[in-house]
Ligand binder design. Structure first.
Ligand code: ADP
Length: 504
């Protein structure tokens, strides 16, 4: 075969090899002119130029009048070495990314005559990677600005990320903890607790609890911990989010508040003790004043003038009021000390109601109130302490009188309700706002009813509640503001009724 023909065959053979390769290949001479290329290169160019052979590589590949810097082709010509790199450049107004390689073709004198320049367009992959990097940055920004310490863990508890809050709280830089197990933040004795937390998070999706954690400087601190799992679409746990809230300041504040509270409670107890002791001191002289003023006003220690009688009656009334206030304070003291003694017996309600109403007759008449009762008939005997029951009724009727304007009415009613008797004291008075209806049973609580309805101690209903509950019943109020109130309480009528002593 003639030599020229063999050369043509070799050339065709080589070209077909080059065309069979996916990557773009150009062969360049020392002046960077393209002496040969494959089909992949022409396809990559999009708009094949009329002329590529003999043109400078940079003008064809990069649309540039000058060589790129750095240029691996130049380096291969200069050093005779193979080079590879990746770089980006503009192509048709958009950024393209290439993975490039340059191989030397040397002559017999070992001089580099040509360079094979191979490149692969990796724009799509590079853009995805860039997007992932941007998302990572965005994620980091969010995590860093979350305001709490957050560690992202892999499914086995290995730390993948630690945000700024975590770095500040634990004192480790993110790079120091990446890849380490998150147990490094826990006390060595708390391994079991940690396992429990992880198990709960994996089983239920979340663990929340208070733990003690350890900083880089080995200082321990109380923390509120949340471990939440992140699952992929198939439900496999791919990460755990560990959120840590430092409770040091809160715990400190809690301790301080507790100390202050205990101090206040001690002060309160001392104050109440003094209050009860003083009240007790009042009781004996007040009893003398009440009985002596009564004897005086009844003329039992000699005749008085009308004016003197009027004055002594006033003393008698005020002293009696004062004595009942003192008695309430002493009752409360007894209740709180658990020393209230009950003498349970079967009690008939009607005579007690009558007695209470007759005791309060003067007050009822002074306001011209109409009083109705319905406590007789088939009402069973109740299981109670007679005196204490009277105390409850007296308090309720006394309040009804106090908070009902001139000419209003009061009704006392009883009915059978299951194994209890329900007693109701209804008035047509000022009423009680909804928000106060439960609070009036608290110590010293009084509603602001406006002028004309002041006075009292705020203790009567506390005593009523305690006594009724010790009887085994309950007490509550129903009311419509401006129309009136009904106080209701229940007492068991069975002999097995709960006794006060048994309840404590
Ligand atoms: P006191 O009557 O001595 O203030 P109580 O414990 O008996 O103490 O009552 C607490 C408060 O409940 C009263 O101050 C009053 O504001 C309210 N209250 C009690 N009974 C009535 C009532 N029948 N009508 C309206 N308000 C009432």
């Amino acid at each position: 075969m003639p030599e020229g023909h063999t050369q043509t065959l070799d050339r065709e053979f080589l070209q077909s090899i080059l065309d069979g390769i996916e990557e773009s290949i150009v062969i360049l001479d020392k002046d960077y002119h393209i002496v040969c290329h494959n089909t992949a290169f022409i396809q990559w160019l999009d708009k094949p130029k009329k002329k590529t052979l003999g043109e400078c590589c940079y003008s064809v590949i990069h649309d540039q009048p000058v060589r790129c810097t750095p240029c691996i082709v130049r380096e291969t010509f200069r050093t005779g070495q193979f080079f590879e790199t990746s770089h980006s450049h503009e192509k048709g107004g958009r950024k393209v990314y290439h993975e490039t390689k340059s191989y030397p073709i040397k002559g017999a004198d070992n001089e580099v005559r040509h360079v094979i320049y191979i490149f692969r367009d990796i724009t799509e992959k590079a853009l995805i990677e860039e997007r992932v990097r941007e998302l990572d940055k965005f994620k980091k920004k969010i995590l860093d600005n979350a305001g709490v310490a957050i560690n992202i863990l892999d499914g086995n508890g290995g730390i993948m990320n630690a945000n700024k809050g975590s770095e500040e709280l634990f004192g480790y830089a993110e790079d120091e903890v990446k890849g380490e197990p998150h147990s490094m933040f826990y006390r060595s004795g708390d391994k079991e607790l940690l396992m429990k937390a992880e198990k709960e998070a994996l089983d239920k999706g979340r663990f929340m609890g208070e733990v003690t954690l350890v900083k880089k400087n080995r200082n321990e601190f109380p923390a509120d911990l949340t471990l939440t799992t992140v699952e992929d679409d198939s439900g496999k746990v791919v990460a755990l989010i560990e959120i840590v809230n430092d409770l040091t300041q809160i715990k400190k504040a809690e301790r301080l508040i507790k100390q202050q509270l205990e101090r206040l409670q001690r002060l309160d107890a001392t104050k109440e003790e003094y209050f009860y002791a003083t009240s007790h001191e009042f009781k004996t002289p007040l009893t003398s004043i009440v009985s002596l003023s009564k004897m005086l006003s009844d003329g039992k220690i000699g005749e008085l003038t009308d004016k003197q009688k009027e004055a002594v009656s006033l003393i008698y009334c005020d002293a009696k009021r004062l004595r009942s206030s003192v008695q309430r304070i002493l009752d409360i003291a007894k209740i709180e000390a658990g020393k209230m003694v009950y003498n349970f017996e079967n009690v008939q309600l009607e005579p007690i109601v009558d007695e209470v109403l007759s005791t309060l007759k003067v007050l009822i008449d002074s306001k011209s109130l109409k009083v109705g009762t319905n406590v007789g008939g088939k009402i069973p005997l109740v299981w109670a302490d007679k005196e204490k029951l009277m105390l409850v009724l007296e308090n309720l009727v006394n309040n009804a009188i106090k908070f009902t304007p001139q000419g209003g009415s009061i009704d006392v009613k009883a009915s059978k309700e299951g194994d209890h008797v329900l007693v109701e004291v209804r008035d047509t008075g000022v009423g009680i706002p909804d928000e106060d209806r439960e609070k009036i049973f608290e110590k010293y609580y009084q509603v602001e009813h406006g002028e004309g309805y002041v006075g009292g101690s705020g203790l009567g209903l506390v005593i009523c509640k305690r006594v009724v509950e010790d009887f085994g019943g309950r007490i509550w109020a129903e009311s419509t503001l401006g129309e009136g109130s009904t106080f209701k309480f229940t007492i068991p009528y069975k002999k097995e009724g709960v006794s006060a002593k048994k309840r404590r």
